[in-house]
Each structure stands twice: as structure tokens, then as C-alpha cells.
Ligand binder design. Structure first.
Ligand code: ADP
Ligand code: MG
Length: 356
């Protein structure tokens, strides 16, 4: 990792009896797009507000570019925050909205003009500089809010669910835009969201939080492919969670008595949870040739859902829950009907053993 932009060491925040953030250690690299991902109430906003200086930690130390922030107020920190609810001044033009903060700080007007032009280019709104907020789309208004923060030339930009108020299509477009914008300006982004898709598509790394704790930090691929806990596995994407008992060095026994191969599942006799992504499972006809070393479970299709680009099947295999299987919708992939007998098949390498 490059030099750290933000370092949190042993950060705890209590509000009375509520532990909002619990002994959090995190280092975000310079120029990184880092997302804090977790359900509502897990402590994301509180973490961001402590970095911004709107809240102070109960315990722990917080540094930005190597400098301890202590009780420094927000306006003396090299950060800016973009919130979900961005209040633009309705009677001012886009350019004036962006310039406002600099004018308040008595920055010389020639410099203001140059900086406003530059950020409006960065957010691709130069051609709308003279428009009023009411003449803009929701996405454009959100870009003005971004420009207003970027014009201060923060070393770190903090974003708290900034796309939450936009509808799905616009949100997806803005994900691409935000990522490209961050590449262009090259500053550190710390992005808070409860939306796994946003985190997966934009981030260099993701930190998954639950109940004030940081559970796992990694690249989107590491988090999605290698969740270490049941919570992380379940929070991101669809997943099959199967309880099993370790029966050998590379074997576990499922609830239906069948033994299957799982790499290094843990001590013999221990109960473990196996995590398997639906797209890693394949369906075969009973008499079809199947990959030899793959795990095979016989079952029956009890539900089929069509998603356009894929089919999702629930297959009853005699475990606590049916297995969810995702098959791409391609001419060469066979589809299955309700009630059809089938074999669910997977590469043992696709199985992740997760903790509770
Ligand atoms: P998130 O942004 O992940 O939804 P928050 O950081 O807003 O979570 O909140 C984490 C926890 O701290 C929640 O239980 C919330 O109710 C509590 N909390 C946040 N701010 C305050 C506050 N000012 N006073 C009391 N409790 C708070
Ligand atoms: Mg929040």
C-alpha cells in the first residue's frame, strides 16, 4: 500500500451505553477508493464523522497523512464530506454554489474562478455552470455537491451514502462516474454505503462492518470470493450456507449423512459452515457425464426463477435448506423444470469454510 492517508488505531465511540464503533483498526492508503460497507446502524457514519472531526473518539488515535487529529475541528482537517442530502442554494447558479465556500474564505476571485472551472470540468458540468439547481437532473445536482466539496482541494473526500436518494438506473450510472472521477482527481475517497453492489463496483478495497466492528477488509474479489465469516458471506451477494461436521483432513459430513470433499475444513468432529456461491454450482441430468473430481449431490428442482440473463433454481437435496443454483441463460446451458430430478455439482475448491 502507498503511504497511509487515514489511520485509525483502536478507535471506539460510545454514546452513553451504545457502542457505535468498537475498537476499530483501519489504514486507508493514499489515493485509494475505500468503502465502509455494512447494514444500517453498524457504525459507518459515526466512523466517517470521527474522521471529519464532527465527532471525537472515546478511545483511540486517528491520523490523517501522519498527523494526529486529536480534537482538531472539521475546518482544520484536510477533508471534506459529501452527504446524501446535499442542500444546494436554489437561487444561485451552479458556479456560484461551487464558489460559495471559497468566497466565504476570502480566496482571491481570480483563483476562485480558475478553481471552479477546474472542478466543473472534473464533474463534467462546465456546460451547466450558469444553470440553477432546479434546471438540473438528480444526478447533475449530486455532481454539483461533489464539486462543492472538491473545490476545497481536500486530501481525503468522505462520502456518506451519496447516491442513496437516486433511483436505480441513475445510481448505476453514478457508480461508474464516481469511480472515473476518483481516478481523475487522484485523491483518497472513503465511501460509506449499505449497498453491496456500490461497494463491489467502485472500491479498491472494502471494509465490512457489523455492530461497530470491522469484520473483514479486502479487495472486492477477496471479500466476495473469500468471506471469512457467515456475516460477510451472507451480507454480500447470494450464498448457500451449509452446516457440516468435519470427518477427516479433507472431508466433512453433511446433514443428510453424505461425506464430501472440503479442503482443510478444521479439526475432526468440529461443526463448520460451508459457503458456496450459487454461480459456482452446476446442474446435470442424472445420466450426463460430470466432472470427475467434483462434489455431486442428487436432488429435485423445487423452484425456478427467471432473471433474463440467468435462471435461479432451488434444488432440494435433503439438507436444512434447498441449494440455490445460478445458471447463465445461454443457448448451450440446459434449463430444468420444476420437479425435475437433477445432480448439483461443484468443484471442491469453490467451497469456503466460514466462522460464525
Ligand atoms: P450507520 O451509519 O452504519 O447506519 P451510525 O454510525 O449512524 O450507523 O450509528 C451507529 C450506532 O450509534 C447506532 O446504534 C446509532 O443509533 C448510534 N448513534 C449514532 N449517533 C448517535 C448519537 N449522536 N447519539 C446516540 N446514539 C448514536
Ligand atoms: Mg449512516
Amino acid at each position: 500500500m502507498s503511504r497511509p492517508a487515514v489511520e485509525l488505531v483502536g478507535i471506539t465511540k460510545r454514546f452513553g451505553d451504545v457502542v457505535a464503533v468498537d475498537d476499530l483498526d483501519l489504514t486507508v492508503g493514499d489515493g485509494e477508493f475505500f468503502s465502509l460497507l455494512g447494514p444500517s446502524g453498524c457504525g459507518k457514519t459515526t466512523t466517517l464523522r470521527m474522521i471529519a472531526g464532527f465527532e471525537y473518539p472515546t478511545e483511540g488515535t486517528l491520523k490523517i497523512h501522519g498527523e494526529e487529529m486529536g480534537l482538531r475541528p472539521p475546518n482544520e482537517r484536510p477533508v471534506n464530506t459529501v452527504f446524501q442530502s446535499y442542500a444546494l442554494f436554489p437561487h444561485m447558479t451552479v458556479a456560484d454554489n461551487v464558489a460559495f465556500g471559497l468566497q466565504m474564505r476570502k480566496v482571491p476571485s481570480a483563483e476562485i474562478e480558475a478553481r471552479v472551472k477546474r472542478v466543473l470540468d472534473q464533474v463534467q458540468l462546465r456546460h451547466r455552470a450558469d444553470a440553477k439547481p432546479s434546471q438540473l437532473s438528480g444526478g447533475q445536482r449530486q455532481r454539483v455537491a461533489l464539486a462543492r466539496a472538491l473545490v476545497n482541494e481536500p486530501e481525503v473526500l468522505l462520502l456518506d451514502e451519496p447516491l442513496g436518494a437516486l433511483d436505480l438506473k441513475l445510481r448505476q450510472n453514478m457508480q461508474v462516474e464516481l469511480k472515473e472521477l476518483q481516478n481523475r482527481v487522484g485523491i483518497t475517497f472513503i465511501y460509506v454505503t449499505h449497498d453491496q453492489e456500490e461497494a463491489l463496483t467502485m472500491s479498491d478495497r472494502i471494509g465490512v462492518m457489523d455492530e461497530g466492528k470491522l469484520l473483514q477488509v479486502g479487495t472486492p474479489e477477496e471479500i466476495y470470493e473469500g468471506p471469512r465469516s457467515r456475516f460477510v458471506a451472507d451480507f454480500i451477494g447470494d450464498i448457500n450456507l451449509i452446516t457440516a461436521t468435519v470427518s477427516g483432513p479433507d472431508r466433512v459430513r453433511l446433514g443428510n449423512g453424505q461425506e464430501i470433499e472440503v479442503r482443510s475444513p478444521g479439526p475432526v468432529g468440529e461443526e463448520v459452515t460451508l459457503a458456496l456461491r450459487p454461480e459456482r454450482l452446476e446442474l446435470y441430468d442424472l445420466d450426463e457425464p460430470m466432472p470427475e473430481n467434483h462434489t455431486k449431490l442428487r436432488g429435485k428442482v423445487i423452484r425456478r426463477m427467471y432473471y433474463g440473463d440467468a435462471y435461479f433454481y432451488d434444488v432440494e437435496v435433503g439438507l436444512d435448506h434447498p441449494l440455490e443454483v445460478k445458471e447463465e441463460n445461454r443457448p448451450d446451458v440446459e434449463t430444468y423444470d420444476m420437479g425435475e430430478e437433477t445432480v448439483v455439482c461443484w468443484d471442491p475448491a469453490a467451497v469456503n469454510v466460514v466462522t460464525d
